[in-house]
Design a protein around this ligand. Structure first.
Ligand code: BES
Ligand code: MN
Ligand code: ZN
Length: 494
């Protein structure tokens, strides 16, 4: 993670510098850093911009090398039109600056003539975009690695920007934690290890509790346990409690699917692409990252994170298609396909969370179905909810956070498809509407306001995006953070 410092807006005479350029702005005009820099460079910046056709369009960049004796590099970052000068726009500009300045160990980014919040969000963007998972690269040459270690954000009111920063830094930490977890290979990050990685949240004031297989058996979490039967790795359930709100106030419950590797089990998946199933724990990673963010910024809300952790493997001890299991809720499930395992994990984790914590509302996140990718691609996560107000809040938080959800239907006609001849329900109901059927199954284990987010299409990206390198996206961390900020914290007296 690059270090962020907020400093007064004063033109540096040495090192690397990034400047934000509104679309159509003339570089030499005004008194801001842009004009000062252009003057100090003898008009070189204006000339370079003209030569390169740089007009300040959003995401456009123009790098000028050694324009003065001291300055090694000046990078112009296009800010786009006024309507792009939002906090999100600033995050993307900060991110673009971090990419453009990656060759320098220390650099400055001018965010003058903007509110302090904009400077802080530019810093957030820089941190989010410069994330890297390089634990297992041993042969990378130092020259090939990004070097940026310190980014000095120049602001008109650096004190105010500095004051706004810790809350955003906590979010960046939560995102990085979530990305780390989803990026880890499945031999390293099995359920036991994933549970261990939750324990440091205690340093932020989170109460972390880990349930092992004995406790899970004692409780009767047989649906989750059935998934883990084929694995040499023990399952876990982790409960993370952040009590930042009114004592005794009903918490929000966030429940995550944490399948650390999904082979499909006896209903085995095809080999090509199976390696992707290491991130079948991205729902759990989002919940863990969100709890970390909320605790890190001391959110004034009560939140409980519950993650069900297991591997879905095959062996002589694995569950079979046709098995019937009795879930924690008491309802029986005919397991017709062992690859529809996420819903078995969630059935017990959600029931447990609701039974124990009587939440105000529950949101589960899961890489549940390939079908949601067919429906929505990689742009929106699928949202299913039994509660219109909660759905509306998630929709708004999705827009605000850049992690958008699209509401999908639920209904009796879909529920019929999971009727079983032998048990209370079966775990599959045919290919058409596959994501809805998965949600319908989960709804049978839900009491009270609930939303299910199918994040199979958004949890991982095969290409770089404005605020993240390709790979684990940590999708959901910022959404849940926003949901809590706008709908739990904002409702309280100051
Ligand atoms: N983990 C998968 C879903 C998935 C697919 C996540 C692609 C990320 C990318 C889930 O456990 C699964 O296997 N779902 C099945 C359900 C089916 C058997 C009803 C699927 O989508 O094919
Ligand atoms: Mn599966
Ligand atoms: Zn799965």
């Amino acid at each position: 993670m690059i270090d962020i410092a907020f400093v007064p807006a004063a033109l540096p005479t040495a090192g690397a510098l990034a400047l934000l350029v509104p679309e159509g702005a003339s570089l030499g005009a005004g008194e801001g850093m842009l004009a000062q820099a252009d003057a100090a460079c003898g008009g070189t910046l204006s000339r370079a911009a003209a030569a390169a056709g740089f007009t300040g369009k959003k995401a456009q960049t123009c790098a000028v090398l050694a324009p003065t004796e001291g300055l090694s590099r000046v990078v112009l970052i296009g800010l786009g039109r006024d309507s792009d000068h939002t906090l999100r726009g600033m995050e993307e500009a900060g991110a673009a600056a971090a990419v453009a300045l990656a060759r320098d160990t220390e650099a400055a980014l001018a965010v003058d003539d903007m509110p302090a919040s904009h400077a802080a969000h530019a810093a957030l963007g820089a941190q989010l975009r410069s994330y890297r998972f390089d634990r297992y690269r041993t042969k990378e040459k130092p020259d090939d690695k990004p070097k940026l270690a310190t980014l000095n954000i120049m602001a008109d009111d650096p004190d105010a920007a500095r004051a706004a920063w810790p809350a955003l830094a906590a979010v960046a930490q939560g995102v990085a934690l979530s990305r780390d977890l989803a990026s880890e290979p499945p031999n390293v990050l099995h359920p036991t290890e994933l549970a261990e990685r939750c324990r440091p949240l205690a340093d932020l004031g989170v109460e972390v509790e880990v349930l092992g297989p004995e406790q899970m058996r004692g409780l009767g979490m047989n649906a989750l346990l059935a998934v883990s039967m084929g694995s040499a790795q023990e399952p876990r359930v982790v409960v993370m409690r952040w009590n930042g709100g009114e004592p005794g106030a009903a918490p929000a419950c966030f429940v995550g699917k944490g399948v650390t590797f999904d082979s499909g089990g006896i209903s085995i998946k095809p080999a090509p692409g199976m390696e992707d199933m290491k991130w079948d724990m991205a729902g759990a990673a989002a919940v863990i990252g969100a709890v970390s963010a909320l605790a890190g910024r001391k959110a004034r809300a009560n939140v409980v994170g519950v993650v069900g952790l297991t591997e879905n493997m095959l062996s002589g001890a694995a569950q079979r298609p046709g098995d019937v299991v009795r879930s924690l809720s008491g309802q029986t499930i005919e397991v017709q396909n062992t690859d529809a395992e996420g819903r078995l994990v969630l059935a017990d984790a959600i029931w447990y969370a609701q039974d124990r914590f009587s939440p105000a509302f529950t949101v589960d996140l899961a890489t549940l179905t390939g079908a949601i990718i067919v429906s929505l691609g990689h742009e929106y996560a699928g949202m299913f909810s039994n509660d219109d107000p909660l759905a509306a809040k998630l929709q708004a938080a999705g827009q605000a956070s850049g992690e958008a959800v699209w509401r999908m239907p639920l209904g009796e006609a879909y529920d019929k498809l999971i009727r079983s001849d032998i048990a209370d329900m079966k775990n599959i109901g045919g290919r058409p509407g596959g994501a809805i059927i998965g949600a319908q199954f989960i709804q049978r284990f839900v009491r009270g306001p609930w939303a299910h987010l199918d994040i199979a299409g958004t949890a991982w990206s095969t290409k770089d995006s404005p605020l993240a390198p390709k790979g684990a996206t940590a999708w959901g961390v910022r959404l849940l953070d926003r949901l809590v900020a706008e709908h739990m914290e904002a409702a309280q007296p100051q």
